[in-house]
Design a protein. Structure first.
Lengths: 100, 399
């Protein structure tokens, strides 16, 4: 099989985020559900991208499960990580310089 | 289609897939001597406990490890003044029918004489006839453990679901599988409870994950390393969701704690979080502390999934490295046994890679060294912990 035609893997149809299957540069990218999305920044393999607008305080769903709460408004095509998503259980501790 | 699998029979009726002599330091002060006795031999592994004060948990763990099916003989190395009950451990090993000796450094005249005595004893134990693969076994006769380490955003999509598929197949065929780390299942407790074979077991699982949550909160740090975030995982519940995939989709038959044996076929959760108020620090200080507990529970082999790229192996049982991330696999392929990252861009499916892992399990059980065995990784970690065996509500099928 040839490498995937999609850049972002959507694990469940109703998910808020999709996963980068390779390192991505800004620009128009396709999801595994066949949708085009304006990627706003470079995103590394394994990281998450919002597939729709997410309001601050909203639950964020990956693979059908809540993985935390949005701490800021997140636009469709924006990188989702520790700067805009927080645990509902135990805060995430990163090395100095932050995650990435 | 495949060659029949043969294992090493033990006097206590268990069957191993490796024939290891363990050299056991009973306090850190005896460790260099134990390392010197074991050094230079692939099938002689140094394990032990660094503490000077007695620990019921460490005593149970070493009893289970020294009578593990993959262990054929045991040399205990004591400084002489530490608190560990070496006579009891020697009695337990002897009762299992394994050759055992106790070397007390303060009685034998120091480092050189103890190392010489130890190496001579190991040579003799090694040359004794009988350690041969003579008993036919099936994969379903083995206990297979799993752990994830250095997880990233790909782990929960590729390598972990592959292990879940392998576990589903093994358990459906009558095999035994064990997954672990209640602290990395935070957020999955209610889904897990729905898979428990009884409502009581389901309630136990929810309570035990709650205990893990309280414990890690007291530590001020979840089971989450900076590298997890570098790799795209943002929260502990997101990491849990991925880790949980290793358990597959079948019924959960019971919960055990470290030092307790897996009582029979089925899928078991190893609750690694200590009982009671937090004492002595984190539940497990690193991946090898957890691997040691999986092996003490009886694991003949451990399936280790990694995204960022771990290189560790273990004393006693082979560790199979299943790499979740295709970039990591390209960078560190010498340390990996399976490339599961090919699922990510659709080159292969979960079942294709699960087929490969089943075939590899068969080969490794038959003696083929894993990458970490080949590279000489024999890590071992055991520290203080408060641990109690679980009761009937956690083991509903045990009569």
């Amino acid at each position: 099989m040839t490498p995937a035609a999609y850049a972002l893997l959507l694990l469940a149809a109703a998910d808020d985020v999709a996963i980068a299957v390779r390192d991505l540069e800004p620009g128009t990218v396709r999801t595994s559900a066949g949708r085009s999305l304006p990627l706003r920044e470079a995103v590394e393999l394994g990281h998450k991208v919002a597939v729709r607008h997410l309001r601050a305080g909203a639950d964020v769903v990956r693979f059908g499960m809540v993985i935390g709460t949005a701490t800021a408004d997140i636009a469709a095509g924006e990188w989702v990580h520790t700067h805009n998503l927080a645990s509902s259980y135990i805060p995430t501790v990163a090395r100095r310089g932050g995650a990435r | 289609m495949t060659e029949p699998l043969l294992g090493y029979p033990r006097a206590d009726g268990r069957i191993g897939i490796r024939d290891v002599v363990v050299v056991v330091y009973l306090v850190e002060c005896a460790r260099a001597v134990a390392d010197a006795i074991a050094s230079g031999r692939d099938d002689v592994h140094a394990i032990g406990f660094p503490g000077c004060y007695p620990s019921g948990y460490a005593a149970r763990m070493l009893e289970m490890l020294c009578t593990h099916p993959n262990v054929g003989a045991v040399a205990l190395v004591s400084l002489g003044c530490e608190g560990f009950d070496r006579e009891r451990l020697a009695d337990v090993v002897a009762a299992s029918g394994r050759p055992v000796t106790t070397l007390v450094i303060q009685q034998l005249g120091g480092t050189r004489s103890t190392v010489a005595r130890g190496r001579a004893w190991v040579d003799e134990a090694r040359s004794r006839a009988g350690a041969a693969r003579t008993v036919a076994i099936e994969l379903t006769d083995l206990v297979v453990g799993t752990i994830c380490g250095g997880s990233d955003g790909t782990s929960g999509i590729t390598a972990n679901p592959v292990v879940g598929r392998v576990f589903d197949r093994l358990v459906a065929a009558g095999g035994t599988a064990v997954f672990e780390e209640t602290g990395e299942l935070i957020g999955c407790e209610h889904h897990m409870a729905g898979r428990a074979v009884t409502p009581e077991l389901g309630r136990e699982i929810v309570e035990r994950v709650g205990k893990a949550m309280a414990y890690y909160t007291a530590m001020g740090h979840g089971s989450f390393a900076p590298g997890n975030a570098d790799g795209g995982l943002t929260t502990v519940e997101e990491k849990s969701l991925g880790a949980y995939a290793k358990s597959g989709s079948g019924p959960i038959h019971g919960v055990v704690t470290p030092g307790q044996p897996i009582p029979g076929p089925g899928l078991y959760l190893l609750d690694v979080v200590p009982e009671g108020p937090p004492r002595w620090g984190f539940p497990n200080i690193n991946d090898n502390a957890e691997i040691a507990e999986l092996i003490a529970a009886g694991s003949h082999v451990v399936l280790f999934t990694t995204g960022r790229g771990s290189v560790v192996g273990s004393a006693i049982s082979p560790v199979v490295k299943i790499c979740a991330n295709p970039q990591t696999y390209r960078r560190m392929s010498e340390d990996m046994d399976v490339d599961a990252g090919r699922i990510l861009d659709g080159r292969d499916g979960i079942d294709d890679v699960a087929d490969e892992v089943m075939q590899l399990l068969h080969a490794v059980a038959g003696g083929r060294p894993t990458a970490s065995e080949e590279l000489g990784h024999r890590e071992f970690v055991l520290t203080y912990k408060a641990s109690e065996p679980t009761g009937p509500s956690c083991l509903p099928l045990v009569r």
